[in-house]
Ligand binder design. Structure first.
Ligand code: WNU
Length: 152
């Protein structure tokens, strides 16, 4: 990401406030800031589509998104939760080496997401065992939730 130093520092302190990244060493976090892309989404825009291939991890810097999923016996995807600033998503496809397992839709105009690609995600998570274990467990829990609601 090319940006002013002020912006870099803003992203740095924002990332520090994200619970998942709280304990990452300084230089790791700085590296993530260097590789970040920022994406902007309007209300109703799909950030992730169920069934598509995905190679990115997202952290919400502004706005709100909802998570929907196709379930057995329903024609419309069902809304399963909403996520806001400091929340993240898209880790599951990266960790399970699978296609996207839900839709992520912006529910506000000018929702801003910090986007980390697969290589940088692996670097961020891979060299940090606690983070890896935490996310792996979380992703398994999501799969159990999916089964319970009969996701397709
Ligand atoms: C859920 N089932 C599935 C959420 C975000 C981060 C964490 C929950 Cl650690 P992907 C679609 C994304 C998926 C998850 C997110 O949607 N998601 C869920 C569920 O119940 N996915 N299958 N809840 S919000 C959330 C925990 O990030 O990753 O790459 O794309 O499959």
């Amino acid at each position: 990401m090319k940006s002013t130093q002020a912006t870099q520092e803003e992203y740095f302190s924002f990332l520090r406030s994200v619970s998942l990244l709280r304990d990452l060493p300084e230089e790791k976090l700085a590296k993530i800031v260097d590789c970040l892309e920022i994406d902007y989404f309007d209300k109703g825009e799909y950030i992730i589509r169920e069934g598509e291939e995905g190679n990115t991890f997202f952290i919400i810097a502004k706005g709100e998104v909802c998570v929907t999923q196709t379930t057995e016996g329903c024609t419309e995807p069902q809304e399963i939760k909403t996520l806001g600033v400091g929340d993240y998503f898209g880790e599951k496809a990266l960790i399970s080496e699978d296609v996207r397992s839900a839709n992520i839709i912006s529910t506000e105009n000018d929702t801003q997401c910090l986007v980390v690609d697969r290589d940088n995600f692996n670097q961020m998570v891979g060299t940090y065992e606690e983070l890896q274990a935490y996310l792996k467990e979380y992703v398994e829990e999501l799969s159990r939730c999916d089964e319970r609601r009969n996701a397709r």
